[in-house]
Design a protein around this ligand. Sequence first.
Ligand code: MG
Length: 161
Amino acid sequence: MNIRVGNGYDIHRLVPGRPLILGGQTLEHPGGLGLDGHSDADVLVHAIMDALLGALSLGDIGKYFPPTDPKWKGADSLVLLEQVMGLVRERGWSVVNVDSVVIAERPKLKPHIEAMRAAIAERMGLDPQQVGVKATTNEKLGAEGREEGISCQAVALLTKP
Ligand code: MG
């Protein structure tokens, strides 16, 4: 069987005056913080993209969407995800499933998880059942625990018939 696994990781800083976008959803942070970055800084979608690219040893998202390129300023990460899926499909691969965990102290992500799964699945051409999104706090430990940033880890399993 032709299968490949990939992992992805991302972290972005929490700062005032930026939107908080996770899995394509704009959330309210109780401290008025959002994620800083060149694109929309959607760490969840970025980690999933890196997992997909990693599974096929295609490098990382910085190679395809460099933060130095003004073209990607404020980019909707779900659109970038569609482009990464194009790279996967044109090589004859399809996604079995992806799974992810967002590490954020606040806000509570549970009410938004289903919307995130649906949005990601739609852009990937998958069923939401194939897209795992989980959330955890960092028990107030480390950068995520101090609300200096939000990080995400993801894995992707790909198959080629
Ligand atoms: Mg990123």
